[in-house]
Design a protein around this ligand. Structure first.
Ligand SMILES: [Fe+2]
Length: 275
């Protein structure tokens, strides 16, 4: 078993975890500041670059989406795999999604500079997959006192500095997971009077967001490729999204010597509802 540079990390105290969970349910996101060590970032960066440099990854049927999102990173990198159970991410995912949550997917983002990009220009705003709790026209939002449960959350650990808007930060519209609909506007959308928030970060920082919050990777109008590692966690009842789905078989090397917790995160569940 190869050793990865990823550390165990430290979980937050129960009080801190609860406070973060509340902020996350209210705002739809949370920024941690710096959590990762330099050698962890470098291990993830090197593995991401190695995968990007493999020409096979750029064939249409291979492990990428739109050419810039590289799928199932845990298969190719022990650093990415071990990121799934690094603290405080794993315990926060369990606090928000339940003790039987899992890694739904693990895509890394490789975003080269775009010469046509306009800094903070319009476009790209979305929520992931579908609206979980849609509202009819005429009902402007969910009741703040009754936050919809979070089913899917994304943690990002940037591997390059994204310290200004021109470098293409992730942006979110605070509170928009209460909207019950897709963003209606593609140029600086707001929700309940709140403007977009840019995660201006250094490599080694981390942040997370509810997949129902309106968000985007803003245009990369710099000359620096933007690299993002992370993990997508979901509740157990949200199926893992491991392409090619019915034909997917997780290679033994991924789970063979992994801890019980990591194996569960990878999908080795106890019996439960439906199966
Ligand atoms: Fe997204």
């Amino acid at each position: 078993m190869a050793l990865s540079a990823i550390q165990k990390g430290e979980r937050f105290t129960d009080e801190e975890t609860e406070q973060i969970r509340r902020c996350f349910l209210r705002d739809g996101y949370y920024a941690f500041g710096r959590l990762m060590e330099d050698d962890e970032v470098e291990a993830l960066r090197a593995d991401l670059q190695r995968k990007w440099d493999d020409p096979r990854m750029h064939e249409p049927a291979r492990d990428q989406i739109r050419g810039t999102s590289l799928m199932r990173m845990f298969e190719y990198s022990y650093a990415f795999r071990d990121l799934i159970v690094r603290e405080p991410f794993a315990s926060l995912a369990e606090a928000i999604l339940g003790d039987d949550c899992h890694c739904m997917s693990q895509n890394a983002l490789y975003t080269p500079p775009n010469p046509k990009a306009v800094e903070d220009g319009p476009g790209g705003w979305h929520l992931d997959d579908l609206v979980h709790f849609p509202l009819p026209d005429g009902v402007p939002r969910h009741d703040p006192a009754v936050p919809p449960p979070c089913f899917v959350m994304q943690i990002f650990t940037p591997l390059t500095d994204v310290e200004a808007v021109r470098y293409g930060p992730t942006q979110v519209v605070p509170g928009s997971h209460f909207a019950g609909r897709q963003p209606q506007e593609q140029d600086r959308p707001t929700f309940d009077g709140r403007d977009p928030h840019s995660f201006l970060v250094r490599k080694g920082d981390a942040y997370m967001f509810n997949n129902q919050v309106w968000h985007r990777g803003s245009p990369n109008a710099s000359d620096r490729t933007r690299l993002m590692a992370g993990v997508t966690y979901s509740k157990r009842f949200i199926a893992q999204k491991l392409y090619p789905f019915i034909d997917y078989r997780m290679p033994d090397h991924v789970w063979a010597e992994a801890s019980p917790r990591l194996q569960r995160m990878l999908g080795r569940h106890s019996k439960g509802a439906y199966g």
